[in-house]
Design a protein around this ligand. Structure first.
Ligand code: SF4
Length: 310
């Protein structure tokens, strides 16, 4: 039934006539709720630059707000602009990234800073097309920066938004990314200047009320929701909970910890001791760090963070 909701049906003789009205989200309900309920996140405060918003979007990918907040605050104090970030060595950037995880993001953020500083006069581009050409900037980040930094009326779809829209419009618990997601959200956006705040509110609703495991429908500001009306049908596919312990990601993190904590290149033996459980896994993790350019090998065969192997 796509984005349409059978609101009213009535019997006429033996036939049933169903009036379909477009299922939508009332901007007044959502934005009104957001104005009172939004979290006080530092990257939403007045005076935060487009670059600083971009940094927050890099950090928030697959990482909870509570872990990002202290790292982001320290980061923008130290490197408030693209040129300041670009001037830092990639090793320093990897150190400052700390334990946020997925450290390739740090490397890409540094590369992005270099491009913005060198090619865009230290100003983050405003339009989605140009943003998409920057290192590490994908479809979500480009739209999020255009919307939250420059108030562009563009659909912004992350996991939280997708879940809310899937429930409200399609009556399903959740769904994997689909081609129609952007169109669904674009169709919901108000036609006036409130579109960016509507986008922020939709994301906030998914993050704080319409959560994956425990939606708080009793406090939800939306009066219409197909999933609620349908009695919360179960998801067609159950998501696997991603484990961390014992994965290559954990081993990569342990190897990087050794290098972050050292001001000079280290020996292979210093790296080997961090993971004795499965030596093949450890070797694979180290190889992948070298391939990703996060770790370098010196001419002496020592190992160092990117930029410190000369
Ligand atoms: S009513 Fe419940 S399921 Fe529907 S959007 Fe609100 S919190 Fe989510």
């Amino acid at each position: 039934m796509s984005a349409f909701h059978a609101d009213i049906g009535f019997e006429l003789g033996m036939s049933v006539i169903v009036h379909e009205s477009p299922m939508s989200i009332d901007p007044g309900q959502l934005v009104g709720w957001y104005e009172n309920a939004q979290r006080d996140l530092p990257w939403r405060r007045p005076g935060v630059s487009a670059w600083q918003i971009l940094v927050s979007e890099f950090m928030l990918q697959q990482t909870p707000v509570s872990r990002v907040e202290p790292i982001w605050l320290a980061w923008i104090e130290r490197w408030p602009t693209p040129s300041a970030t670009a001037a830092a060595g990639s090793a320093e950037v990897l150190r400052a990234w700390g334990k946020l995880g997925y450290p390739r993001r740090a490397k890409r953020l540094h590369e992005c800073a270099v491009v913005i500083a060198g090619e865009y006069g230290d100003e983050v581009p405003t339009d989605v097309e140009t943003l998409l050409t920057l290192p590490g900037v994908g479809a979500y980040t480009a739209r999020a920066v255009a919307c939250f930094a420059y108030s562009a009326s563009v659909p912004v779809v992350d996991t939280n938004v997708r879940r809310v829209v899937t429930r409200v419009l399609h009556g399903q618990a959740d769904a994997p990314p689909r081609a129609r997601d952007l169109d669904d959200v674009a169709a919901l956006l108000p036609a006036d200047e409130s579109a960016p705040i509507f986008s922020a509110a939709l994301m906030e609703l998914g993050a704080t009320v319409c959560t994956a495991r425990a939606p708080q429908c009793g406090t939800c500001p939306l009066s219409r929701c197909r999933w609620r009306t349908a009695g919360y049908p179960a998801a067609a596919i159950t998501k696997r909970v991603q484990r961390y312990a014992g994965t290559d990601r954990q081993v990569r993190g342990k190897l990087l910890d050794v290098l972050r904590d050292s001001s000079s290149p280290v020996t292979r033996a210093q790296l080997d001791v961090v993971w004795l459980t499965d030596t093949a896994q450890r070797d694979r993790a180290l190889d992948s760090l070298l391939v990703d350019g996060l770790v370098e090998q010196t001419v002496d065969g020592l190992f160092a963070l990117a930029g410190e192997g000369d």
